[in-house]
Write a protein that binds this ligand. Structure first.
Ligand code: CO
Length: 504
């Protein structure tokens, strides 16, 4: 078999495997939107069968042989050609996946699908006892997974690498060390600032039907295509790029607060633009048809949510629009007051609703607990106590109930341990990328003031989306910005914003 024939066979197999896994993506979406609760056990069987099939097909020794054939050919000569990138990433995935026994993969899917249902129940009742036995099972399985992968240092490294290929605990600790000191200083300045925004502006009555209309119009202005995508409602918003022409985003509405659904929708639409900006028509099923890492994914969502959605130029155009919909609640509200209200900084319980300044402290807390759960230094039963005492330390407030504490996030119930740091990496990448976008388009603010968001989308598409996994995250950052990932752009951006709003 020629190398090209091996490559073609490899791609054919990968496409079939991705068609299968995209089917579980749609089942996952359904599970979080319309599935009746009574179908949970059946759905767990469906999902675990699919994950077993995907795993078995991908870890077939023939796939390994095909990858080896390609590696020994001149297909890999140009390291950033689509072929070389695909071969490099498939080798990495294959080596990891073949370390996981099929029955472990099946069990993880089954247990996490059930755990997720119990988490929904536990969160609704704010009763950790309902979730505890499932958290114990999930952590035990995640440890098994880490052991199967093998790792240097601590088990967390093995899991983090699934979400942020190549990143290590040491990298994350380093990022947090710098970031934390700067954040603490910034929060102190905000606390002692002479000016305080009037947050009540966004905490009035906001009709959910109108919120939906407004959110959809903003997503459309961003370039989210409702012909190839949907926006629906769920408990824990997410985005899933199911395949060619099918990108689903989810949000949740709070009738007494504008921020949650609005910025949630912009966030998920940012993920959605990334998914639909990847050239799946050419590369579906291969790494070139996939996003780089969760950190890069999150950089896209956070940029739209924060650098765009929480900016003054954006609202110069969109506030009058919002005022036409929310006539009573936004009547007579000035741009400056509205801008202050949506950027209000205050310690709060819920990560996904947190302001930009406190957000990364939420991540730090989860990162520390996850590490301790995996090393065994923290027992699942002690999670609420440990969560609450750290929360008090970082945020200065007592957690009132577990639904507002350790039960708020979907991740652990879904087996996504090692995932949280990618949020902070995403915030850092988003600031670096946005600085460069601004350099390349010096009139970006003026564009936003006219409601024109599509040039930014094009910039992101051309610089980031179309590359799929051609580059790894760190290399992509260097390629796009000319510099490695740095925490300073994020701190500079926040300092500029908050010094204006808070007058320090
Ligand atoms: Co996100």
């Amino acid at each position: 078999m020629s190398a090209q024939a091996s490559y073609d066979e490899l791609v054919k197999r990968c496409k079939e495997i991705t068609l299968l896994s995209s089917t579980s993506s749609i089942l996952y979406w359904d599970q979080h939107t319309f599935m009746p609760a009574g179908a949970a056990a059946f759905r767990a069987d469906q999902m675990s069968l699919l994950s077993k099939l995907v795993h078995t097909q991908f870890t077939d020794p023939k796939v390994g042989e095909l990858i080896s054939d390609c590696e020994q050919s001149d297909l890999v000569n140009d390291a950033v050609s689509p072929e070389a990138a695909n071969i490099r990433e498939l080798r990495w995935q294959y080596d990891k996946q073949t370390k996981l026994p099929a029955d472990l993969v099946e069990e993880i899917t089954k247990i996490t699908t059930l755990a997720n249902q119990h988490w929904v129940d536990a969160r609704a009742k704010s009763d950790f006892k309902i979730f505890l036995p499932w958290l114990e099972k999930v952590i035990a399985l995640e440890k098994k997974k880490a052991d199967a992968y093998g790792y240097e240092g601590e088990p967390y490294n093995a899991l983090l690498d699934d979400y942020e290929p190549g990143a290590t605990v040491d990298d994350v600790v380093e990022v947090f060390k710098n970031l934390r000191n700067e954040l603490v200083e910034l929060l102190q300045k905000i606390k002692n600032a002479p000016k305080k925004p009037d947050v009540s502006i966004v905490e009035r009555e906001y009709d959910v039907k109108l919120q939906k209309i407004f959110g959809e119009s903003v997503a459309a202005a961003m370039g989210f295509d409702f012909n190839t995508g949907r926006l629906d409602t769920t408990t824990h918003p997410f985005c899933t790029g199911i395949g060619i022409g099918d990108t689903r985003i989810l949000t949740r509405y709070n009738p007494n607060r504008l921020n949650d659904a609005l910025f949630g929708t912009m966030h998920e639409a940012g993920h959605g633009l990334y998914e639909s900006g990847i050239d799946k028509a050419t590369h579906f099923g291969t790494p070139m048809g996939e996003s780089v890492s969760l950190g890069i994914h999150e950089s896209q969502s956070r940029m739209w949510e924060n650098q765009v959605g929480r900016s003054k130029p954006f609202w110069k155009y969109f506030l009058p629009q919002a005022q036409r919909l929310f006539r009573k609640s936004l009547a007579g509200v000035s741009l400056d007051d509205f801008y202050g209200a949506i950027n209000n900084v205050t310690p709060s319980y819920i990560r996904v609703e947190a302001d930009e300044a406190t957000y990364n402290l939420h991540i730090l807390l989860r990162f520390e607990l996850e590490r301790a759960l995996l090393t065994g230094d923290l027992k699942p039963a002690d999670v609420p106590g440990e969560w609450n005492s750290r929360f008090k330390k970082y945020f200065g407030i007592e957690v009132d109930k577990d639904a507002n504490g350790c039960l708020q996030d979907v991740h652990w119930s879904a087996g996504l341990v090692g995932y949280f740091p990618t949020y902070t990496l995403g915030n850092l990448y988003s600031a670096c990328f946005f600085d460069k976008a601004r350099q390349d388009m010096p009139d970006l603010d003026q564009q936003f003031e006219r409601g024109e968001l599509l040039n930014l989308r094009e910039w992101l598409r051309n610089n980031i989306h179309v590359h799929g996994q051609r580059y790894r995250a760190g290399d992509l950052c260097k390629k796009v910005t000319g510099k490695p990932l740095d925490y300073k752009p994020l701190i500079d951006y926040m300092t500029a914003k908050y010094s204006e709003i808070y007058g320090f």
